[in-house]
Design a protein around this ligand. Structure first.
Ligand SMILES: *Cc1c(COP(=O)(O)O)cnc(C)c1O
Length: 421
């Protein structure tokens, strides 16, 4: 199949030689996307995990419209503005105490780059240079070179391998192997003295929606703390209610030394990210010696319109009703996935908060499993936006998704099993 309409656009994570015609979207509202040929699609993965409240949430739309007419961009070195100040102040109220400073950037990948630079800058500036980074197996932290370096290596990174820096890899804490994870982490912290350990708390997203319990997260933090290794939580995906709490770290009662948030930060309306850190990491850069400056910026750092969207999102989170809705989505998901737990065509049926995932048993597995594209076509024919990771199907819906929408989504997944398992 070739693209019917010739377009000069090179799309992300897309093999154009195999891609059918792109679905053209003309509008979005709540959990639905609307196509130019009049179809309504249920967005079961929140448009790549960003649209937390649903498309075009009126409160966020209004905030964007108002800000666009007031101040839509200003240099952020030497200048500041209310939307950014309000977002920083509010986000510190929501995050565990111990995080004190907020650095703005534009994407999850960049927030990770910033975290790594903060960690290395910290050690250099306190006179104890460290350069190693510890990471968890199967992790994903973004697609820029630094973020790829701390993420899983594979077919995605083969071409760029020579540019990626070496890291120490901790095994994923699969059921029954948790102690080994902790032992290896402890040994790496002792022998390699990494600058930091970066990890996705509770759910490893792009690595296959792999889930592990809060007590392992808590133990990993304890080990890092006792051995003086900075603990970096990449909450780019897990933040904003996904795991059932506002942030995943809450469930382990853990305060990271550095934390990255993006995706749902604006409710999915505009690109924005923040990296939060402890006061002493900021203070290590605080000096009359200009060489200690934190040398990082992007042109659109803390763009006022994106910040206004984030501020509106934070306002929504102040409302207890939204947290209730998250609980209700988690409950609906639990009910919807229950029958699949005893269906022999599925493996490893799992849930953390509002996210469910399972493997469809098939001859091959992994991201390039041949079943992947067939699944995607089948879902697309049913007007469902699901994008399996190989034979791993997951559902990460916006919080406005109804029980009836979920019924349709899971009917699609069962049909996939009927036809393909
Ligand atoms: C999506 C993601 C990123 C990268 O975010 P982008 O905005 O796509 O650059 C980083 N870390 C995690 C855990 C993610 O899920």
């Amino acid at each position: 199949m070739m693209q019917g309409r010739r377009s000069p656009i090179w799309h992300p994570f897309t093999q154009h030689a195999l891609q059918g015609e792109m679905t053209r979207i003309v509008g979005g509202e709540g959990a639905y996307l609307y196509t130019d040929d009049g179809r309504r699609i249920i967005d079961a993965i929140s448009s790549w995990w960003v649209v937390t409240h649903g498309h075009c949430h009126p409160h966020i739309v209004r905030a964007i419209q108002e800000q666009a007419g007031k101040l839509n961009q200003v240099i952020f070195a030497g200048y500041t503005h209310d939307p950014a100040e309000d977002v920083a102040a509010q986000i510190l109220k929501f995050t565990p105490s111990g995080l004190d400073y907020v650095f703005f950037s534009d994407s999850g990948s960049t927030s990770v780059e910033v975290a790594l630079k903060m960690a290395l800058g910290y050690w250099l500036n306190i006179g104890r240079r460290r350069t190693n980074v510890a990471v968890m197996q199967h992790s994903y932290h973004g697609d820029t070179i630094g973020a790829m370096s701390v993420g899983a290596r594979g077919v995605f990174s083969t071409a760029y391998e020579p540019l990626l820096f070496d890291v120490s890899v901790i095994p994923f804490p699969a059921v029954g192997c948790e102690q080994r994870t902790l032992d290896v982490l402890e040994s790496v912290c002792r022998t390699k003295s990494p600058a930091c350990f970066i990890v996705e708390p509770l759910i490893l997203g792009a690595g296959g929606m792999l889930m592990y319990p809060a007590r392992v997260l808590k133990e990993m933090k304890r080990i890092c703390e006792s051995l003086d290794v900075l603990f970096v939580a990449d909450e780019v995906m897990t933040g904003w209610g996904r795991t059932g709490t506002l942030f995943a770290c809450e469930q382990a009662n853990v305060t990271p030394d550095i934390a990255c948030y993006s995706k749902g930060l604006t409710g999915g309306a505009l690109p924005l990210a923040v990296t939060l850190c402890r006061a002493d990491i900021f203070k290590a850069h605080y000096s009359t010696d200009r060489r200690r400056t934190f040398f990082h910026s992007s042109s659109y750092t803390a763009n006022p319109i994106a910040c206004a969207a984030a501020r509106a999102n934070l306002e929504l989170w102040q409302d207890g009703e939204l947290r209730e809705r998250v609980r209700s989505i988690a409950n609906l998901q639990e009910r919807a996935i229950a029958p699949l737990r005893i269906d022999s065509r599925f493996d490893n049926v799992r849930q953390t908060g509002t996210v469910t995932a399972l493997e469809l048993k098939s001859a091959d597995s992994g991201y390039l499993a041949s079943i992947g594209p067939s699944l995607q076509r089948l879902f697309s024919d049913r007007n469902l936006l699901l994008r399996p990771l190989g034979n791993t199907i997951y559902v990460m819906p916006p919080y406005c998704t109804t029980a009836a929408d979920l019924d349709e989504i899971y009917a699609g997944i069962r049909e996939a099993a009927d036809l393909l398992a």
